[in-house]
Design a protein around this ligand. Structure first.
Ligand SMILES: *[C@@H]1O[C@H](CO)[C@@H](O)[C@H](O)[C@H]1NC(C)=O
Ligand SMILES: *[C@@H]1O[C@H](CO)[C@@H](O)[C@H](O)[C@H]1NC(C)=O
Ligand SMILES: *[C@@H]1O[C@H](CO)[C@@H](O)[C@H](O)[C@H]1NC(C)=O
Length: 185
């Protein structure tokens, strides 16, 4: 009777212990495999992203040729690759946010705030709007565990993002497609 009960108890504890990390999945790594950029040359003279050799960080250069006097918006669609060897992606979710409002709010613990802080940490970008013409950089952008939505599973992803000006007939300023590999532990 006693051995049976202790086995049961042991199993119960083991189960509690093993279930806990499952609910608390955290980021093991995020690698930037490829970044494809495009920009609207009416507003931007240079837009470029470079990936470090170990795929963990990126630098972005943005030369803004004009003042952007209306709010800028970001639309990002995240898709997960459906098969290991194909290039087709299933959209998981889409974000559409007013970046001027998010930057203005400053601190917050939404996902978009974590990413903004991440991106602007080593940057000369202003944290408020309107954005003035000028040459901007964002350096050593890397993912932190807070920047990945909790429901994301390990795999390959495509993040298709546009920065646009809604009040100017939604004109696109930049388009960036990030191909990333995510490993959760
Ligand atoms: C990013 O910029 C930093 C600082 O200038 C530099 O040390 C690093 O090599 C750059 N990384 C890439 C991928 O260009
Ligand atoms: C852009 O904004 C700055 C500061 O507000 C101003 O000095 C400059 O004249 C503006 N440039 C243009 C082309 O309007
Ligand atoms: C901006 O880019 C997106 C994605 O490439 C596209 O669907 C949209 O039509 C573009 N908007 C305009 C106003 O061209």
């Amino acid at each position: 009777m006693l051995p049976f009960r202790s086995v049961l108890l042991f199993g119960l504890i083991l189960c509690l212990v093993c279930r806990f990390p499952e609910g608390q999945k955290s980021l093991n790594f995020l690698l930037f495999r490829k970044i494809v950029t495009d920009h609207n040359s009416k507003y931007i003279s240079l837009y470029d992203a470079a990936i470090s050799q170990d795929y963990t960080t990126i630098n972005i250069t943005l030369n803004l040729a004009r003042n952007i006097t209306a709010d800028i918006w970001l639309k990002a669609t995240i898709g997960q690759r459906v098969s290991k060897h194909g290039e087709s992606y299933r959209d998981v979710f889409t974000y559409n946010v007013n970046l001027c409002q998010v930057m203005g709010r400053g601190k917050g613990n939404s996902l978009i705030n974590f990413w903004l802080n991440n991106i602007l940490r080593q940057s000369n970008m202003p944290r408020n709007c309107p954005l003035k013409e000028g040459n901007y950089f964002m350096r050593n952008i890397r993912s932190e565990k807070e920047t990945i939505p909790r429901f994301i599973r390990s795999g390959s992803f495509r993040i298709d993002s546009n920065v646009y000006v809604r009040d100017w007939h939604s004109v696109n300023l930049t388009e960036t497609i990030f191909y990333v590999d995510i490993k959760m532990k």
